[in-house]
Design a protein around this ligand. Sequence first.
Ligand code: NAP
Length: 249
Amino acid sequence: MSQKSVLITGSSRGIGAATARLFARHGYSVCINYRNNREAAENIAEEVKAAGVDCIAVQADVSQEADVLRLFESFDKEMGALNVLINNAGILLPQSRLSGITAERLNKLLVTNVTSCFLCSREAVRRMSTKEGGLGGSIVNVSSIAATLGAPNEYTDYAATKGAMDTFTRGLALEVAGEGIRVNAVRPGIIETSIHADGGEPGRPARLAPLIPMQRSGQPEEVAEAIYWLASERSSYVTGTFIDITGGR
Ligand code: NAP
């Protein structure tokens, strides 16, 4: 039986890595993508292969169109047909109020969090669309509950990129609903990964845990479960929608 396949952007660490492990356990062949951290990506690839499925790890900065094209070409050559795309790669920059937000900072967030999502989705739709001779498929975007909360005093720019991702999720879902492709998103709350150190506060999950109704931050594996459900046939009548994974926040 041929394996189904998934391409997960930004899967050398955090939520992407947990998602790669989970898809492998469900028998998917996995394309891991990373920007810098080759060692972490290769370690995840070894774990994925140990589950008995095919795996490649491809370096590509998904904010750059040429890198996205190269990533998908590597996928075509080594993995075959694409069934699932997870747009997970994303960054935070150090906490700032509006007064500290420059055009350079904003543009870096926009290309990494939003442009990447458009470009990777475009390449996936070209391959999956039944109008183009594809077999259909599923796209899951990793947004953030910040899109609805706004992240004042810390990350309004990041939150706005996730708002753009949500709007795109809805628009693309409706655009390709008749072409065998479902498009959905997860909106995690505070999940324990190294992204908080990049935002300048590694201890942020512990600081905010008392404000979360469930009184704790989340784990990457808890997000991966929702991503898997949205990507798989288990959610076959679900498109253009969102799952919030926030402990009630
Ligand atoms: P993380 O632990 O910092 O991991 C980020 C991953 O993205 C790494 O694999 C990194 O690769 C990759 N990456 C970053 N920029 C990239 C680029 N330009 N091209 C390719 N790969 C790139 O982050 P995380 O917390 O797992 O976050 C994953 C997603 O969840 C993000 O979209 C984030 O916004 C979202 N999210 C996270 C939380 C949270 O609390 N953690 C909450 C809501 C939403 P390298 O290892 O090579 O750097």
